[in-house]
Design a protein around this ligand. Structure first.
Ligand code: GDP
Ligand code: MG
Length: 513
């Protein structure tokens, strides 16, 4: 026929697919459902013909790698239609040379003395050993981070990737690789170039990665296209953040807000195709939006959104009543704001010796928490912890979390806590100030507090403090929430905001209206 012929053969030697190609290539069928007997390799090998004496080519190796075929064999057919040389290749377990496959010495069909089954089983055992006893090659908790960097304007991508990695760690993920591609603009369908994506899949397979996270927002079409092409679960930055929110929201209010944000983000992405959708909504380890069923259609999602919004409105009213009751006490309210991981919860705990959860992870606080803080002279303030701020917080999320930040409107003083040990604290500080501006909070008295000074050389602490002199009350105050250093100065600075030297309350003290 002048066409290539291919057979996909299972481990029992049964032919499962017969494929007819053209003179130069074959198109393999969708094998995504085919993972029956083989956790590591596909359980199918491809035996096919080559008509022009050519060896195994790029297409062959790509099929081998992307489809995780047990092995691939090309049989040369001479002009008389008789079989001659056989070339075979199979995948390799992770190895120092990072070689993905190995090609066996060519032989002829008449001399083929290969125990295919034994070789494949040995290979799988070796792969399992190399993967440290994990059950499968792909593991959802092993992740590759991907970024497409604008080749003309590459500013800030490193920081952004570092933050993405921190977010992934917060989520309990293990980052096994990072892939960066510079392009003048992202590919509309695959974001990266197809070749780079292929590369990425191959590296991912070697490192056992089962999840791909892009450092940007992806359109629904892109998620589907990339996950179909790579056969891997795909997430974007927003989904990751939502997933973290979902893990860390603990109050009823917080949970409602998170679920709402998730549904709103997912709604336009709920397609007709269930596979793509559950890949999308599965989150990490199958966490979906709140307790909601993953397989939901648009109408149900919209209904649920409406219900949650009503619930939130009711909750906001209840919060307002609570706040008004507190307002009557005329106790000043101080809110700690700051970039996520700045040490807000640690500071609140240390100052009040209470025990709000702190974690070496971002976002351990989603809900604000209030505590009473007593000063030496029987003075009292209420101090509250807030949800962490974050760069590139997607607009949908800002809206959804606005109500968490709503109670900042009541604060008489904002403590802007800054992680002085972070390489990017400048940018973080600007981001926080920007959000405060968006929330119309810049007119409130603010104190800059530089945290984690135990990690910073003393000399630079001083100059930083002068540089961040922001309010008329004082320079920035250096503290270490962890080591409980600098608290005396901090309390003094707070006191001067509300009380004068002689002990008389300033007009900044809350007044009865
Ligand atoms: P939040 O997101 O702002 O509430 O941050 P956390 O209070 O949860 O703190 C984040 C991490 O920073 C935790 O691992 C803390 O132990 C750590 N941390 C907080 N304050 C300090 C500090 O003064 N010095 C050091 N070295 N680490 C701190
Ligand atoms: Mg916190």
């Amino acid at each position: 026929m002048g066409r290539q012929l291919g057979l996909l053969i299972d481990r029992r030697g049964q032919v499962r697919f017969v494929i007819v190609g053209d003179a130069k290539s074959l198109f393999l069928p969708d094998l995504s459902e085919w993972s029956v007997a083989a956790p590591r390799l596909r359980g199918l090998r491809l035996v096919h013909t080559h008509l022009n004496g050519e060896g195994l080519n790029d297409d062959d190796f790509t099929d081998l790698a992307l489809l995780r075929l047990d092995s691939i064999a090309a049989i040369n057919i001479n002009p008389e239609g008789l079989p001659g040389t056989v070339r075979q290749a199979h995948l390799l377990p992770p190895n120092p040379d990072e070689a993905l496959w190995e090609e066996l010495a060519p032989t002829t069909v008449h001399q083929l003395e290969d125990d295919f089954l034994q070789r494949t089983q040995e290979l799988e055992r070796e792969m399992a050993r190399a993967l440290g006893g994990r059950a499968t090659v792909r593991d959802d908790s092993r992740v590759i981070l991907a970024s497409v960097v604008n080749s003309q304007n590459a500013e800030g991508w490193e920081e952004s990737m570092a933050e993405l990695e921190e977010l992934a760690n917060t989520c309990g993920l293990n980052v096994v690789d990072r892939v960066i591609q510079r392009r003048s603009r992202p590919d509309p369908k695959y974001v990266m170039g197809k070749g780079k994506l292929k590369d990425l899949v191959i590296r991912g397979m070697q490192k056992g990665a089962g999840l791909l996270i892009f450092d940007r927002e992806l359109t629904p079409g892109q998620v589907t296209a990339i996950s179909e092409f790579t056969n891997t679960k795909v997430m974007d930055r927003t989904m990751l953040i939502l997933d973290i929110f979902a893990q860390h929201a603990y109050s009823r209010d917080g949970k409602t807000q998170v679920e709402l944000a998730q549904l709103k983000y997912l709604l336009p992405r709920l397609g007709e195709k269930h596979t793509a959708m559950s890949r999308l909504t599965g989150g990490i380890g199958g966490r979906g939006p709140g307790e909601t069923k993953l397989e939901m259609n648009r109408r149900r999602a919209q209904e649920r959104i409406n219900r949650l919004e009503r619930e939130l409105a009711r909750a906001a009213k209840a919060r307002k009543t609570r706040r008004e009751r507190r307002r009557q006490n005329l106790v000043p309210i101080i809110s700690i704001v700051g970039y996520t991981n700045a040490g807000k919860s640690t500071l609140l705990n240390a100052l009040t010796e209470s025990s709000v959860v702190t974690e070496a992870q971002m976002f351990s606080t989603l809900d604000s928490t209030s505590r009473r803080l007593r000063f030496p002279r029987e003075r009292e303030v209420i101090i509250t912890d807030t949800v962490g701020f974050l760069r590139h917080l997607p607009p949908d999320l800002v809206a959804a979390f606005r109500s968490t930040l709503e109670e900042l409107q009541d604060a008489d003083l904002l403590l802007h806590l800054i992680d002085a040990s972070s390489a990017s604290f400048d940018g973080q500080m600007r981001d926080v100030e920007k959000i405060l501006g968006d929330l119309d909070l810049l007119s409130k008295p603010r104190l800059i507090v530089l945290n984690k000074i135990d990690l910073v050389p003393a000399a630079s602490v001083q100059s930083l403090c002068r540089r961040f002199k922001l309010s008329s009350f004082s320079d920035a105050v250096p503290v270490s929430a962890l080591k409980k250093q600098g608290f005396e100065d901090l309390l003094k600075a707070i006191e001067t905001v509300f009380w004068s030297e002689s002990g008389k309350p300033h007009e900044r003290m809350p007044q009865l209206v």
